[in-house]
Design a protein around this ligand. Structure first.
Ligand code: FES
Length: 102
């Protein structure tokens, strides 16, 4: 596991998400009222950007066709994609936001 600093906490306003390229992946980081969650940005159904999806009830809905994923686990809540996305541990140190990647 390696810790990768990817942003400042202030880069992601509450209620929004941003995508970052890190370690050859695209990772979406969500700010839910000051709590940060990170999952793969790329929807396994057809590649939609999950960081641009709608957040609701600790889940995000893909903006392309509506597959829904739980933000803390990456588990798909629909059966559209037929696959979960990876979730990542987020570490906050001061204003630095890092994710743990294998
Ligand atoms: S690309 Fe995400 S649901 Fe189709």
């Amino acid at each position: 596991m390696a810790l990768h600093r990817i942003a400042a906490t202030t880069d992601i306003p509450s209620g929004e998400a941003r995508a970052f390229g890190v370690a050859g992946r695209r990772i979406a980081v969500f700010n839910i009222g000051g709590k940060f969650q990170a999952i793969d940005d790329t929807c396994p159904h057809d590649g939609g950007p999950l960081s641009e999806g709608m957040m609701e009830d600790d889940c995000v809905t893909c903006p392309w066709h509506g597959a829904t994923f739980e933000l803390c686990t990456g588990k798909e809540q629909t059966s559209l994609a037929g696959e979960d996305v990876r979730s990542y541990d987020v570490v906050i140190e001061g204003e630095d936001l890092s994710v743990e990647i294998e």
